[in-house]
Structures are given as structure tokens and as C-alpha cells.
Design a protein around this ligand. Structure first.
Ligand code: URA
Length: 208
């Protein structure tokens, strides 16, 4: 084994982030954790493998060992927006753990205009079909004061189909759903659907 071209006698030596390691002349990829944000397009499933549909993971196939990445907080096939992927299990757990209540912001397009009563229900917490307890209070912000079918919803949970079920509980239907932010990590406006980039150190550290 060589470190920076020099034969290493100690196999347990500490390595810096810029050290290059070769074994029999082959460069060895470092195993440090990786973190990415992907602008998920519609039509992709948040899964590692799927026989019927393309997977979000396939969009990162240019990355070495892309199949080792886990999706931190899934999106439905028809939902677009911010998807985070990592091979750091602890970080993923911190992000998705229900006890940490990491904030998530969704842009929502509804079939029917939101009524003031429905807004109050969502902000107080609604009982979803099949659940024992109501959702935690959400924040609702209209994005176009003349069209009450478009809004931003901020929630602190990640139950299965949560946003769609919340609006279903108020008698409405979600026609379009796009995730804009998770905690302190916002979808980079420079990423077109299907594009991704590594998270910055600040973004990684924001999930503490
Ligand atoms: N809530 C939903 O209903 N679907 C998603 O994809 C994400 C949150």
C-alpha cells in the first residue's frame, strides 16, 4: 500500500482528506460518508430497486457505489423537489427521527380553494385516517392571495403520504406536491429536475 506515492509500513496510519492511497498501483476510493441533494423529478420512486419504475437512486449512477446511498425522507412517485441521499446512517436517522421533528416545507397545489376552516384545522392538527393521534400543528402560507389553491405547508412529521392525507382529511385533494426544504437545507434553485449536487459542509452540519 502507498500513501501519496510512498510505501506505508503502518496499515492503521491516520489519513488526511487529501491523501491518496494506492494498492498494487490502483487508487482506492475513500470510504468517507457522502451527502447529496437531488431535485427529484416526477415519475421516479424513492427506492433502491423497483421493477416497474425508474428509481431516484439511478439518477446518481455516475457516483461510485451509488447503490450504497440511502434516501433520507422519501417522496411519492408523483412528488417533485428536494430529496436527500447519504451513506451516513446516523445522519439519516437524525434527519428522519420523529422525536427530532425536523421541519419540512412543501409547495402544494390543491383541487379546491382552501377554506379558512380547513386552514384552522391544519394549523391545529388533523386526525388522519387510520391514526390514533392528530398531526402536529402545521403552518399554512398562501403563495398567491388571489388563488387559495396554492400554498406552502410546513410540517414536522413524515408519516406515509402525510401531506396528501392531511388535505384529504379536510375534504380536499392534492394535485401537485413539491418539497422545498428539510430543516436548514433548501432545494438549490440551480438544480434542474434530475440534477444533484453534494451538500456543503454547512448543510451537512445543519442536521445536528
Ligand atoms: N407527503 C405526501 O403525501 N407525499 C410526499 O411525497 C411527501 C409528503
Amino acid at each position: 500500500m502507498c500513501v501519496n506515492g510512498v510505501t506505508a509500513s503502518n496499515a492503521s496510519m491516520a489519513l488526511g482528506s487529501t491523501d491518496s492511497v494506492t494498492l498494487d498501483g490502483q487508487l482506492i476510493e475513500p470510504q468517507r460518508p457522502r451527502y447529496f441533494m437531488l431535485h427529484k423529478p416526477a415519475g421516479y420512486v424513492s427506492a433502491t430497486v423497483d421493477t416497474a419504475h425508474p428509481t431516484a437512486l439511478e439518477l446518481l449512477r455516475g457516483e461510485p457505489r451509488f447503490l450504497d446511498l440511502q434516501i433520507a425522507g422519501r417522496l411519492d412517485r408523483d412528488t417533485t423537489g428536494l430529496l436527500l441521499l447519504t451513506d451516513d446512517g446516523d445522519w439519516n436517522h437524525r434527519l428522519t427521527s420523529p422525536t427530532r421533528q425536523c421541519e419540512k416545507v412543501y409547495r402544494v397545489q390543491l383541487r379546491d380553494p382552501l377554506s379558512p376552516q380547513a386552514m384552522a384545522q391544519l394549523e391545529a392538527g388533523v386526525l388522519l385516517r387510520g391514526e390514533q393521534r392528530p398531526t402536529r400543528p402545521a403552518r399554512v402560507a398562501l403563495t398567491d392571495k388571489t388563488d387559495w389553491r396554492q400554498l406552502l405547508l410546513t410540517i414536522h412529521e413524515g408519516k406515509y403520504h402525510q401531506v396528501k392525507r392531511m388535505f384529504a382529511a379536510t375534504g380536499n385533494l392534492v394535485l401537485g406536491l413539491h418539497r422545498e426544504r428539510i430543516g436548514g437545507i433548501a432545494l438549490d434553485p440551480g438544480l434542474a429536475p434530475g440534477e444533484y449536487r453534494p451538500l456543503t459542509a454547512t448543510e451537512v452540519r445543519s442536521i445536528a
